[in-house]
Design a protein around this ligand. Sequence first.
Ligand code: HEM
Length: 198
Amino acid sequence: MPSTVRTRLRKATHSAHVRLNRNPTLHRLTEADLTLADYVKVVQAYDLFYKRLETRIAQAAPLIDDAFPYVSREKAGWLATDLDKLGIVTPAHPPSAETEWDFGVIDNIGQLAGVLYVIEGSTLGGQIIVRHLGKNLGLTRESGARFFHGYGADTEACWQEFCFWLESLSLQHNQIERAEQAARTLFSKLETLLAAYY
Ligand code: HEM
């Protein structure tokens, strides 16, 4: 198989993905005795994380040639909807210093590609998680699981469209390295934030 940017990124983040799958806060989502309080913790953590990250993406996109048209895929609004449906009215107080989980300024196409790879790829796992949320807590897209529902039946098509963009960039060697680094950093930032919620 030819080494695509996607396969490079998958390889570069494989161990980080395995670690996150085992992260106690996230892993709870797939366990039969999951409680609503456990789930709310994840939504609150993700709400902070995505709000900040999507602001970074929106600030970067106009300054970078060939940026992915991400606006229609923004997910912070989905998390706000979930908090609302779950009856959480008080904004979460960040559990740790923002610098620990904020990705920081995105200022080149490699970084943008790496960051988007992580958040678009995570919608694939979301399809598994949403099934557990339905089974364990009876939640649906409409009743508090909007974020993990993600693109629903369009997930594969959205992922293919994203991968097409990723390869169409024809990134140079150093840009791919920046993408790999950015993807690894983003995984570890999320892990740090989730650890503060455990
Ligand atoms: C318990 C939590 C999670 C589960 C069960 C899970 C599961 C999965 C599954 C089943 C896939 C599809 C693999 C394939 O089709 O080859 C996937 C892909 C992916 N996930 Fe996760 N995931 C989880 C959490 C996350 C998180 C938190 C992130 C990042 C924020 C993430 C990022 C990715 C990425 C980037 C891919 C695409 C990998 C590729 O290039 O094929 N996942 N995940």
